[in-house]
Design a binder for this molecule. Sequence first.
Ligand code: NAP
Length: 293
Amino acid sequence: MTDGSSVSSARPLPGPPAAAALLADAAARAARLDSPPHLSIVRLGEDPASVSYVRGKDRKAREVGLQSTVYALPETTSQAELLALVVRLNADPTVNGILVQLPLPAHVSEQAVLHAIDPRKDVDGFHPVNVGELWAGRPVLAPCTPAGIMYMLGHYGIEVAGRRAVIVGRSHIVGRPLAAMLLNVHATVTVAHSRTPDLGAVTREADLLFAAVGRAHLITPDMVKPGATVIDVGINRVVGADGKGHLTGDVHPDVAAVAGALTPVPGGVGPLTIAQLLANTVTAAEMQSAACA
Ligand code: NAP
């Protein structure tokens, strides 16, 4: 292995052009509606990552012509108070999408809150009705990171049907819904996790390899089939040789010498997540408008 300066052969798959195309499409669809789709974002407390994510979502929503309202509630907000707000937003016909930023403080049950959101306004796609629809092959509002990945594959013309897909990671926000989405478009799907023995033997089977683990450089070149498309979902903060913190993925940089195509970190999957959230908000508004017509 090298220090990451090896000659790269993999085709880079940058996120920003794909995200821009998805946002342009969402903005065009939004413009055809009677009023701008309205996203309500709720956060509790001042966790710096959550504050930053919510600010980014709010800003991008406005940039593409959506209406956005942020409810920044104190950390001490009770579960009953949060549920009352969700009920109010569910009933408000001017609100098309509801997003409660996770994680929530320990005294609030994420499950109780996510289950309280009207599935038709569930732009994160975490409500059990939407999870069930996705696994039944009828996705409507689907989780943003995997849906954004699927958009990216289409944007770059990467074949999925009939190919072997391996996902490392089985979380509810990435690995599991991604498995359903790949299955729905006819990939043969394997999901690996921390209890998978001989992970490399599994990942080497993949024409399409997805790493959604949160372990820096877990996927090394010897674990990748030559020519495979590798999608790196991981975002890991590490300290470099220069002593400074920076972001890196779950995939070792030397994989570029083996893979056929590879997403960078940062600048790969990340931008697709917010773009897909806004696309979901437009979808929710379109469905609600059609239901009223
Ligand atoms: P998570 O909930 O922590 O799940 C991690 C998964 O990786 C689990 O299924 C775990 O297995 C598996 N795992 C852990 N160690 C492993 C190992 N050594 N070998 C094989 N599998 C292993 O993580 P997540 O929320 O899905 O996030 C994963 C990564 O993606 C993180 O770096 C996160 O920051 C990033 N992410 C990025 C975006 C984006 O927009 N780009 C969005 C979401 C997440 P078990 O189930 O057995 O514990």
